[in-house]
Design a binder for this molecule. Structure first.
Ligand code: NAD
Length: 458
């Protein structure tokens, strides 16, 4: 799409927004329900597009993409009335007599930029939140899973008015053109480096941003954990989507006394889960560039368990690395693939300090039976969100705002937090006129100051 057409698109969306129709609760609910029924009717096409893009199965596509969106829509539909209501808050004495309110107000025309790894969910979940909050939206899905991007564009663009919701497909050039325009909100999911580009572009117009980025998310495994359950949940969380999950455990810090037992159980469980394309429980590495990047992270002498890589089908088997140290290549950047480095520790304080030398991660997981360890890790390490004795699953609880901190992002969404991400809280003091004390008006006197001090109590 050319620059001029993009500008026209924003103008049209701004115009619709200015009519106030997108703010009506009925309008929001109708559009959300319409989106759900379209997705339901196009499930088969979505399954086949995403399978073609990186062999993602129906099971995974339903559970990790579509189901989350359906639940998001249902929640927004049932709660949008409540979320959008003005909220009365207490008024301070200084303002007596008055009432005080917070009016949730949609921001306007919003840009959503998606990532490739969960291409349906990461594109449409912010869109659902933006619609629920009463905005108009332009979505730019990731161009990498091109089939999925094109079916999303088709579903949206053939069924919604352009001036309300529109998908613009494309890569860096298109995104750069979009970012040069003035938006009322930009919601970005992707890498830290592109996050910086988005943040800089947004600064030009002081546009508020939500940045959902990545990082190296640690998983602590202590000697007191339930080892079988820990291994089950870690193997599932790490190798889901072949490790191409922003909140996948990036590496494990295991207490050295249980390291051997842990590694053996890890290997057995990986074998038992039979991660393969034939079983429809494993996906391809998204492209050759990422395949080669991952290959270079693995050193043979540290490989504890792996399998046969297949470059032509981009099959990268679950790979466990042991005897890894923080200076190894695999520990330099976010892995974002099916490689699990296992590091050991004897002293929890040192382990925590080592993790804290990295930028703040998107997630942190603690597998332990000791509540003191759990509390220490949660209190001492700053991270976006996480779980105790589980991995990934916190994302499925929409009452938990989802997002990063520091390098892993800013702002959050899901459930009410998603509505808030696309909403301005407009504060209004509604004052009565029957009392208008003269103390605040000039000419000022020491007596008036005394009255003010008495009212303020300071
Ligand atoms: P990416 O940053 O390469 O791409 C994200 C989006 O930005 C795409 O739509 C792409 O077209 C666009 N883009 C790429 N380069 C650009 C540029 N130079 N200028 C403007 N736009 C550009 O990220 P990705 O490879 O799609 O996703 C992987 C990263 O995203 C990982 O770091 C992962 O941790 C992170 N991620 C985070 C979350 C989260 O919810 N926090 C979710 C998924 C992925």
């Amino acid at each position: 799409m050319e620059k001029a057409s993009l500008r026209q698109l924003i103008d049209d969306q701004n115009l619709l927004f200015s009519t106030n129709s997108t703010k009506e609760i009925g309008y929001r609910v109708t559009k959300l329900k319409k989106l759900k029924s379209l997705l339901k009717s196009k499930e088969e096409e979505l399954y086949s597009a995403i399978h073609k893009d990186f062999k993602k199965s129906r099971f995974d596509t339903f559970t990790t993409e579509l189901a989350l969106l359906y639940l998001d829509i249902d929640e927004a539909v049932s709660k949008v009335q409540k979320w959008s209501k003005r909220k009365r808050v207490r008024t301070n004495w200084l303002n007596f007599p008055a009432k005080s309110y917070i009016y949730p107000e949609p921001l306007g025309t919003c840009l959503v930029i998606g990532a490739w790894n969960y291409p349906i969910q990461l594109s449409l979940a912010p869109v659902i939140a933006a619609i629920a909050a009463g905005n108009t939206v332009v979505l730019k899905p990731s161009e990498i899973p091109s089939g999925t991007s094109s079916i999303i564009a088709d579903i949206v663009n053939s069924n919604f008015d352009k001036s309300f919701l529109h998908v613009v497909e494309g890569g860096v050039e298109v995104t750069t053109n979009l970012l040069a325009l003035k938006w009322d909100k930009i919601f970005f999911t992707g890498s830290v480096n592109v996050g910086r580009i988005v943040y800089k572009a947004a600064a030009e117009y002081l546009t508020p941003v939500t940045l959902e980025l990545g990082g190296k998310s640690p998983a602590f495994v202590t000697a007191s954990c339930n080892l079988d359950v820990t291994v089950n949940r870690l193997v599932w969380g790490k190798f889901l989507n072949a490790g191409q999950t922003c909140i996948a455990p990036d590496y494990v810090m295991v207490e050295s006394s249980i390291k051997d037992k842990f590694l053996e159980k890890l290997k057995n469980r990986i074998i038992e889960m039979e991660f393969s394309f034939e079983n429809d429980n494993y996906v391809q590495i998204i492209d050759q560039k990422n395949f080669q990047r991952l290959k270079e992270m693995v050193s043979e002498d540290q490989t504890y368990f792996s399998g046969k890589l297949d470059e032509t089908t981009r099959y990268f088997p679950p790979t466990v690395m042991s005897n890894v140290s923080f200076s190894d290549k695999v520990m330099e950047e976010e892995i974002f693939g099916p490689i699990l480095p296992v590091l050991t520790y004897d002293n929890l304080s040192e382990a925590i300090s080592a993790v804290k030398r990295y930028p703040k991660p998107l997630s942190c997981y603690v597998f332990t039976g000791e509540s003191a360890v759990k509390t220490r890790i949660i209190d001492e390490i700053s991270f976006g969100g996480g779980a105790v004795n589980d991995a990934i699953m916190h994302i499925t609880n929409s009452n938990l705002p989802f997002g990063g901190v520091g390098n892993s992002g800013m702002g959050n969404y899901h459930g009410k937090a998603g509505f808030d991400a696309f909403t301005h809280k407009k504060s209004v003091l509604d004052k009565a006129t029957w009392l208008d004390p003269s103390a605040k008006y000039p000419p000022y006197t020491s007596k008036k100051l005394k009255v003010i001090r008495w009212i303020l109590g300071v």
